[in-house]
Design a protein around this ligand. Structure first.
Ligand code: ADP
Length: 367
Protein backbone atom coordinates (compact mmCIF):
# COMPACT_ATOMS: atom_id res chain seq x y z
CA UNK A 1 0.00 0.00 0.00
CA UNK A 2 1.15 3.51 -0.45
CA UNK A 3 3.09 4.66 2.57
CA UNK A 4 1.35 8.00 2.29
CA UNK A 5 -2.13 6.58 2.68
CA UNK A 6 -0.94 4.28 5.44
CA UNK A 7 0.33 7.31 7.31
CA UNK A 8 -2.95 9.16 6.81
CA UNK A 9 -4.95 6.23 8.16
CA UNK A 10 -2.64 6.03 11.18
CA UNK A 11 -2.97 9.78 11.75
CA UNK A 12 -6.74 9.39 11.72
CA UNK A 13 -6.57 6.47 14.13
CA UNK A 14 -4.48 8.57 16.49
CA UNK A 15 -7.70 10.42 17.32
CA UNK A 16 -9.09 7.20 18.85
CA UNK A 17 -8.18 6.54 22.47
CA UNK A 18 -7.93 3.48 24.66
CA UNK A 19 -10.35 4.62 27.40
CA UNK A 20 -8.46 2.84 30.15
CA UNK A 21 -5.08 4.39 29.42
CA UNK A 22 -5.64 7.85 28.03
CA UNK A 23 -3.37 7.02 25.14
CA UNK A 24 -4.36 6.68 21.49
CA UNK A 25 -4.58 3.22 19.96
CA UNK A 26 -1.75 3.84 17.50
CA UNK A 27 0.73 5.07 20.10
CA UNK A 28 -0.32 2.16 22.29
CA UNK A 29 0.75 -0.16 19.46
CA UNK A 30 -2.68 -1.69 19.16
CA UNK A 31 -3.20 -1.10 15.44
CA UNK A 32 -1.68 -3.92 13.44
CA UNK A 33 -1.96 -5.58 10.04
CA UNK A 34 -3.01 -2.41 8.26
CA UNK A 35 -3.84 -3.11 4.63
CA UNK A 36 -5.21 -1.04 1.82
CA UNK A 37 -6.20 -1.89 -1.69
CA UNK A 38 -8.14 0.25 -4.14
CA UNK A 39 -9.72 2.31 -1.36
CA UNK A 40 -10.58 -0.70 0.81
CA UNK A 41 -8.92 -0.53 4.21
CA UNK A 42 -8.54 -3.31 6.75
CA UNK A 43 -6.75 -3.41 10.08
CA UNK A 44 -6.77 -5.20 13.38
CA UNK A 45 -6.97 -3.71 16.86
CA UNK A 46 -5.06 -5.88 19.31
CA UNK A 47 -6.67 -5.53 22.73
CA UNK A 48 -4.32 -8.07 24.38
CA UNK A 49 -6.93 -9.13 26.91
CA UNK A 50 -9.99 -10.93 25.49
CA UNK A 51 -12.01 -9.72 28.49
CA UNK A 52 -11.88 -6.20 27.05
CA UNK A 53 -13.69 -7.17 23.83
CA UNK A 54 -17.04 -5.76 24.90
CA UNK A 55 -15.57 -2.53 26.16
CA UNK A 56 -13.66 -2.13 22.91
CA UNK A 57 -16.51 -2.77 20.49
CA UNK A 58 -17.57 0.94 20.40
CA UNK A 59 -13.92 1.90 19.93
CA UNK A 60 -13.56 -0.52 17.03
CA UNK A 61 -16.68 1.02 15.50
CA UNK A 62 -15.41 4.57 16.07
CA UNK A 63 -12.08 3.68 14.45
CA UNK A 64 -13.88 2.18 11.47
CA UNK A 65 -16.13 5.22 11.12
CA UNK A 66 -13.22 7.66 11.38
CA UNK A 67 -11.27 5.94 8.61
CA UNK A 68 -14.40 5.55 6.53
CA UNK A 69 -14.89 9.33 6.61
CA UNK A 70 -11.47 9.85 4.99
CA UNK A 71 -11.22 10.96 1.37
CA UNK A 72 -10.76 8.11 -1.06
CA UNK A 73 -11.78 5.38 1.38
CA UNK A 74 -14.53 3.09 0.06
CA UNK A 75 -14.77 0.48 2.78
CA UNK A 76 -13.18 -0.23 6.14
CA UNK A 77 -13.01 -3.44 8.10
CA UNK A 78 -11.62 -3.25 11.62
CA UNK A 79 -11.35 -6.47 13.59
CA UNK A 80 -10.67 -6.87 17.30
CA UNK A 81 -8.21 -9.48 18.35
CA UNK A 82 -6.58 -10.51 21.55
CA UNK A 83 -3.89 -12.28 19.59
CA UNK A 84 -1.28 -10.78 17.38
CA UNK A 85 -2.20 -11.83 13.86
CA UNK A 86 0.20 -13.84 11.80
CA UNK A 87 2.99 -11.93 10.13
CA UNK A 88 1.70 -12.61 6.61
CA UNK A 89 -1.16 -10.18 7.22
CA UNK A 90 1.43 -7.46 7.11
CA UNK A 91 3.10 -8.73 3.99
CA UNK A 92 2.20 -7.86 0.43
CA UNK A 93 -1.23 -9.22 -0.45
CA UNK A 94 -1.22 -12.84 -1.44
CA UNK A 95 2.32 -13.47 -0.31
CA UNK A 96 2.75 -16.31 2.10
CA UNK A 97 5.83 -18.01 3.44
CA UNK A 98 6.99 -20.88 1.34
CA UNK A 99 7.09 -24.41 2.62
CA UNK A 100 5.83 -23.50 6.02
CA UNK A 101 4.16 -26.34 7.83
CA UNK A 102 0.83 -24.86 8.81
CA UNK A 103 -0.70 -27.69 10.73
CA UNK A 104 1.90 -30.37 11.13
CA UNK A 105 -0.40 -32.72 13.04
CA UNK A 106 -3.28 -32.55 10.56
CA UNK A 107 -3.31 -35.52 8.19
CA UNK A 108 -5.99 -34.40 5.75
CA UNK A 109 -8.24 -31.46 4.94
CA UNK A 110 -11.65 -31.78 3.29
CA UNK A 111 -13.51 -28.72 1.98
CA UNK A 112 -17.29 -28.60 1.97
CA UNK A 113 -18.53 -26.10 -0.58
CA UNK A 114 -21.63 -25.08 -2.49
CA UNK A 115 -22.47 -23.05 -5.56
CA UNK A 116 -24.60 -20.67 -3.50
CA UNK A 117 -25.74 -19.99 0.06
CA UNK A 118 -28.64 -21.60 1.88
CA UNK A 119 -28.33 -25.08 0.43
CA UNK A 120 -27.28 -26.66 3.72
CA UNK A 121 -23.50 -26.53 3.34
CA UNK A 122 -22.88 -25.77 7.02
CA UNK A 123 -25.42 -28.36 8.18
CA UNK A 124 -23.66 -30.91 5.99
CA UNK A 125 -20.20 -29.85 7.25
CA UNK A 126 -21.22 -30.26 10.88
CA UNK A 127 -22.94 -33.59 10.45
CA UNK A 128 -20.20 -34.92 8.20
CA UNK A 129 -17.55 -33.91 10.75
CA UNK A 130 -19.52 -35.60 13.54
CA UNK A 131 -20.08 -38.72 11.45
CA UNK A 132 -16.33 -38.91 10.77
CA UNK A 133 -15.72 -38.57 14.52
CA UNK A 134 -18.27 -41.34 15.16
CA UNK A 135 -16.03 -43.60 13.08
CA UNK A 136 -13.35 -43.09 15.72
CA UNK A 137 -11.37 -40.46 13.81
CA UNK A 138 -10.01 -37.33 15.45
CA UNK A 139 -11.77 -34.49 13.71
CA UNK A 140 -11.57 -30.70 13.53
CA UNK A 141 -14.03 -28.35 11.90
CA UNK A 142 -12.83 -25.02 10.53
CA UNK A 143 -15.59 -22.56 9.79
CA UNK A 144 -14.21 -20.46 6.95
CA UNK A 145 -17.58 -19.13 5.82
CA UNK A 146 -16.82 -15.43 6.02
CA UNK A 147 -20.33 -14.54 4.85
CA UNK A 148 -22.16 -16.36 7.64
CA UNK A 149 -20.08 -18.25 10.17
CA UNK A 150 -22.72 -20.51 11.73
CA UNK A 151 -20.70 -23.50 12.91
CA UNK A 152 -20.30 -22.37 16.58
CA UNK A 153 -24.09 -22.08 16.84
CA UNK A 154 -24.65 -25.44 15.14
CA UNK A 155 -22.16 -27.11 17.47
CA UNK A 156 -23.69 -25.35 20.48
CA UNK A 157 -20.45 -23.48 21.23
CA UNK A 158 -20.54 -20.12 22.97
CA UNK A 159 -17.78 -17.90 24.32
CA UNK A 160 -14.40 -17.15 22.91
CA UNK A 161 -11.34 -19.33 22.39
CA UNK A 162 -8.54 -18.87 24.92
CA UNK A 163 -4.78 -18.93 24.63
CA UNK A 164 -2.61 -20.64 27.25
CA UNK A 165 0.73 -19.45 25.93
CA UNK A 166 -0.22 -16.06 24.48
CA UNK A 167 0.72 -17.32 21.00
CA UNK A 168 -1.62 -20.06 19.91
CA UNK A 169 -5.38 -20.25 20.38
CA UNK A 170 -6.98 -23.36 21.78
CA UNK A 171 -9.74 -24.64 19.50
CA UNK A 172 -13.20 -24.78 21.03
CA UNK A 173 -14.61 -28.26 21.52
CA UNK A 174 -18.06 -29.83 21.66
CA UNK A 175 -19.63 -33.15 20.71
CA UNK A 176 -16.10 -34.59 20.57
CA UNK A 177 -14.72 -32.43 17.76
CA UNK A 178 -12.46 -29.39 17.74
CA UNK A 179 -13.72 -26.24 16.15
CA UNK A 180 -12.43 -22.87 15.10
CA UNK A 181 -14.49 -20.24 13.36
CA UNK A 182 -13.91 -17.00 11.58
CA UNK A 183 -16.98 -16.06 13.65
CA UNK A 184 -14.75 -15.93 16.75
CA UNK A 185 -12.81 -13.10 15.14
CA UNK A 186 -15.81 -11.08 13.98
CA UNK A 187 -19.43 -10.57 15.02
CA UNK A 188 -21.74 -13.13 13.36
CA UNK A 189 -23.79 -10.37 11.77
CA UNK A 190 -20.87 -8.31 10.51
CA UNK A 191 -21.15 -8.12 6.75
CA UNK A 192 -17.98 -9.62 5.48
CA UNK A 193 -16.70 -7.61 2.61
CA UNK A 194 -13.12 -8.64 3.05
CA UNK A 195 -10.90 -8.75 0.09
CA UNK A 196 -8.84 -11.77 -0.76
CA UNK A 197 -5.63 -10.87 1.07
CA UNK A 198 -7.37 -10.19 4.34
CA UNK A 199 -9.46 -13.33 4.12
CA UNK A 200 -6.31 -15.30 3.52
CA UNK A 201 -4.58 -13.63 6.46
CA UNK A 202 -7.42 -14.52 8.80
CA UNK A 203 -7.72 -18.01 7.40
CA UNK A 204 -4.04 -18.64 7.75
CA UNK A 205 -4.25 -17.44 11.34
CA UNK A 206 -7.08 -19.89 11.99
CA UNK A 207 -4.97 -22.72 10.63
CA UNK A 208 -1.51 -21.90 11.87
CA UNK A 209 -2.09 -20.11 15.14
CA UNK A 210 -4.57 -22.65 16.46
CA UNK A 211 -3.45 -25.56 18.54
CA UNK A 212 -5.16 -28.21 16.40
CA UNK A 213 -2.93 -30.99 17.69
CA UNK A 214 -3.17 -34.36 15.96
CA UNK A 215 -6.15 -34.65 13.61
CA UNK A 216 -7.05 -37.33 11.11
CA UNK A 217 -9.17 -34.88 9.23
CA UNK A 218 -10.02 -31.20 9.29
CA UNK A 219 -13.35 -30.39 7.63
CA UNK A 220 -13.49 -26.85 6.23
CA UNK A 221 -16.85 -25.13 5.80
CA UNK A 222 -16.08 -22.91 2.81
CA UNK A 223 -17.85 -19.67 1.90
CA UNK A 224 -20.65 -20.36 -0.61
CA UNK A 225 -20.12 -19.61 -4.27
CA UNK A 226 -17.39 -19.93 -6.83
CA UNK A 227 -15.97 -16.41 -6.93
CA UNK A 228 -12.47 -15.09 -6.33
CA UNK A 229 -12.52 -15.59 -2.57
CA UNK A 230 -13.45 -19.25 -2.91
CA UNK A 231 -10.94 -19.81 -5.67
CA UNK A 232 -8.15 -18.22 -3.62
CA UNK A 233 -9.05 -20.36 -0.63
CA UNK A 234 -9.16 -23.51 -2.72
CA UNK A 235 -5.71 -22.64 -4.00
CA UNK A 236 -4.13 -21.64 -0.72
CA UNK A 237 -5.57 -24.16 1.70
CA UNK A 238 -3.80 -27.48 1.22
CA UNK A 239 -6.96 -29.44 0.54
CA UNK A 240 -6.96 -33.20 0.23
CA UNK A 241 -10.29 -33.05 -1.57
CA UNK A 242 -13.68 -31.39 -1.68
CA UNK A 243 -17.33 -32.25 -1.20
CA UNK A 244 -19.95 -30.23 -3.04
CA UNK A 245 -23.39 -29.76 -1.50
CA UNK A 246 -26.34 -29.05 -3.73
CA UNK A 247 -30.12 -29.09 -3.59
CA UNK A 248 -32.11 -30.82 -6.33
CA UNK A 249 -33.41 -27.55 -7.73
CA UNK A 250 -29.92 -26.06 -7.97
CA UNK A 251 -28.59 -29.03 -9.84
CA UNK A 252 -30.54 -27.79 -12.82
CA UNK A 253 -28.67 -24.50 -12.58
CA UNK A 254 -25.06 -24.28 -13.41
CA UNK A 255 -23.83 -23.59 -9.85
CA UNK A 256 -22.83 -27.12 -9.05
CA UNK A 257 -20.98 -27.51 -12.30
CA UNK A 258 -19.15 -24.27 -11.64
CA UNK A 259 -18.11 -25.68 -8.26
CA UNK A 260 -16.82 -28.83 -9.87
CA UNK A 261 -14.88 -26.83 -12.41
CA UNK A 262 -13.40 -24.51 -9.82
CA UNK A 263 -11.82 -27.35 -7.89
CA UNK A 264 -10.68 -29.07 -11.05
CA UNK A 265 -9.04 -25.87 -12.22
CA UNK A 266 -6.86 -25.84 -9.12
CA UNK A 267 -6.35 -29.61 -9.33
CA UNK A 268 -8.09 -30.53 -6.11
CA UNK A 269 -9.87 -33.87 -6.21
CA UNK A 270 -13.65 -33.56 -6.02
CA UNK A 271 -14.72 -36.40 -3.75
CA UNK A 272 -18.30 -36.02 -4.94
CA UNK A 273 -21.69 -34.39 -4.59
CA UNK A 274 -24.16 -34.55 -1.69
CA UNK A 275 -27.79 -33.89 -2.55
CA UNK A 276 -29.32 -32.00 0.37
CA UNK A 277 -33.05 -31.40 0.84
CA UNK A 278 -33.27 -34.23 -1.61
CA UNK A 279 -36.86 -35.14 -0.79
CA UNK A 280 -39.40 -34.13 1.84
CA UNK A 281 -39.71 -36.39 4.84
CA UNK A 282 -43.10 -35.81 6.52
CA UNK A 283 -42.67 -35.28 10.28
CA UNK A 284 -46.14 -36.77 10.94
CA UNK A 285 -46.34 -39.89 8.83
CA UNK A 286 -42.76 -40.27 7.64
CA UNK A 287 -43.93 -40.37 4.05
CA UNK A 288 -41.41 -39.36 1.46
CA UNK A 289 -42.31 -36.76 -1.17
CA UNK A 290 -40.07 -35.79 -4.04
CA UNK A 291 -40.81 -32.08 -4.05
CA UNK A 292 -38.26 -31.32 -6.70
CA UNK A 293 -37.21 -33.67 -9.39
CA UNK A 294 -35.19 -35.88 -7.13
CA UNK A 295 -32.07 -37.67 -8.25
CA UNK A 296 -30.62 -34.84 -10.30
CA UNK A 297 -27.43 -34.78 -8.28
CA UNK A 298 -26.71 -38.39 -9.05
CA UNK A 299 -27.22 -37.73 -12.75
CA UNK A 300 -25.19 -34.52 -12.71
CA UNK A 301 -22.43 -36.23 -10.78
CA UNK A 302 -22.34 -39.09 -13.26
CA UNK A 303 -22.46 -36.79 -16.26
CA UNK A 304 -19.58 -34.76 -14.84
CA UNK A 305 -17.48 -37.71 -13.88
CA UNK A 306 -17.88 -37.02 -10.15
CA UNK A 307 -19.15 -39.44 -7.54
CA UNK A 308 -22.51 -39.21 -5.87
CA UNK A 309 -21.94 -39.37 -2.12
CA UNK A 310 -25.51 -39.53 -0.82
CA UNK A 311 -28.80 -37.80 -0.29
CA UNK A 312 -30.20 -36.06 2.79
CA UNK A 313 -33.95 -35.34 3.00
CA UNK A 314 -35.58 -32.04 3.84
CA UNK A 315 -36.67 -32.75 7.38
CA UNK A 316 -37.50 -30.32 10.14
CA UNK A 317 -35.57 -32.51 12.60
CA UNK A 318 -32.38 -31.77 10.69
CA UNK A 319 -33.03 -28.05 10.89
CA UNK A 320 -34.10 -28.01 14.54
CA UNK A 321 -31.19 -30.11 15.72
CA UNK A 322 -28.44 -28.30 13.84
CA UNK A 323 -29.80 -24.82 14.48
CA UNK A 324 -30.25 -25.77 18.15
CA UNK A 325 -26.65 -26.83 18.65
CA UNK A 326 -27.33 -30.60 18.77
CA UNK A 327 -26.79 -31.89 15.24
CA UNK A 328 -28.78 -34.98 14.33
CA UNK A 329 -25.72 -37.24 14.04
CA UNK A 330 -25.04 -36.87 17.77
CA UNK A 331 -28.54 -36.17 19.10
CA UNK A 332 -30.25 -39.01 17.15
CA UNK A 333 -27.40 -41.34 16.22
CA UNK A 334 -29.77 -44.18 15.33
CA UNK A 335 -31.99 -42.13 13.03
CA UNK A 336 -32.03 -42.84 9.31
CA UNK A 337 -30.63 -39.34 8.72
CA UNK A 338 -27.64 -39.99 10.97
CA UNK A 339 -27.11 -43.20 9.01
CA UNK A 340 -27.22 -41.27 5.75
CA UNK A 341 -24.49 -38.94 7.04
CA UNK A 342 -22.51 -41.97 8.22
CA UNK A 343 -22.70 -43.38 4.70
CA UNK A 344 -21.37 -40.13 3.28
CA UNK A 345 -18.60 -40.07 5.91
CA UNK A 346 -17.57 -43.63 4.96
CA UNK A 347 -17.27 -42.66 1.31
CA UNK A 348 -15.39 -39.45 2.07
CA UNK A 349 -12.94 -41.17 4.40
CA UNK A 350 -12.29 -43.93 1.85
CA UNK A 351 -11.40 -41.23 -0.66
CA UNK A 352 -9.16 -39.43 1.81
CA UNK A 353 -7.31 -42.67 2.47
CA UNK A 354 -7.01 -43.20 -1.25
CA UNK A 355 -5.44 -39.78 -1.64
CA UNK A 356 -3.07 -40.24 1.25
CA UNK A 357 -2.09 -43.65 -0.08
CA UNK A 358 0.75 -45.26 1.73
CA UNK A 359 2.59 -42.01 2.09
CA UNK A 360 2.99 -40.15 5.34
CA UNK A 361 0.17 -37.87 4.26
CA UNK A 362 0.40 -34.61 2.38
CA UNK A 363 3.04 -32.18 3.39
CA UNK A 364 0.81 -29.37 4.51
CA UNK A 365 2.27 -26.22 3.17
CA UNK A 366 1.05 -22.76 2.39
CA UNK A 367 2.41 -21.87 -0.99
P1 ADP B 1 -25.58 -22.90 4.00
O1 ADP B 1 -24.39 -23.23 4.85
O2 ADP B 1 -25.54 -23.58 2.66
O3 ADP B 1 -25.87 -21.44 3.89
P2 ADP B 1 -27.12 -23.96 6.20
O4 ADP B 1 -26.46 -25.25 6.49
O5 ADP B 1 -26.85 -22.81 7.10
O6 ADP B 1 -26.86 -23.54 4.69
O7 ADP B 1 -28.68 -24.26 6.10
C1 ADP B 1 -29.63 -23.24 5.88
C2 ADP B 1 -30.87 -23.56 6.71
O8 ADP B 1 -31.48 -24.75 6.21
C3 ADP B 1 -30.56 -23.83 8.18
O9 ADP B 1 -31.59 -23.30 8.96
C4 ADP B 1 -30.52 -25.34 8.27
O10 ADP B 1 -30.87 -25.82 9.55
C5 ADP B 1 -31.56 -25.73 7.24
N1 ADP B 1 -31.28 -27.04 6.63
C6 ADP B 1 -30.14 -27.44 6.03
N2 ADP B 1 -30.28 -28.70 5.58
C7 ADP B 1 -31.51 -29.11 5.90
C8 ADP B 1 -32.27 -30.34 5.71
N3 ADP B 1 -31.73 -31.37 5.08
N4 ADP B 1 -33.53 -30.38 6.21
C9 ADP B 1 -34.07 -29.32 6.86
N5 ADP B 1 -33.44 -28.16 7.06
C10 ADP B 1 -32.18 -28.05 6.57
Amino acid sequence: MSAQLEQKVLDTLKTIKDPAKDVDIVTAGMVIGLQSKDGHIAFTIDIADPARAKEFEPIRKAAEDAVHAMDGVLSVTAVLTAERPAQPQQQAPGVAPQDQALMPGVKSIVAVSSGKGGVGKSTTSVNLALALAAKGLSVGLLDADIYGPSIPRMLGITGQPVSHDGKTLEPMENHGIKCMSIGFLVEEDTAMIWRGPMVMGALEQLMRDVNWGELDVLVVDMPPGTGDVQLTMAQKVPLTGSVIVSTPQDIALLDTRKGLNMFRKVEIPVFGIVENMSYFSCPHCGERTDVFSHGGARETAEAQGADFLGEIPLDIKIRETSDGGHPIVTSHPDSEHAKAYAGIADKVWAKVEDQLGDSQGPKIVFD
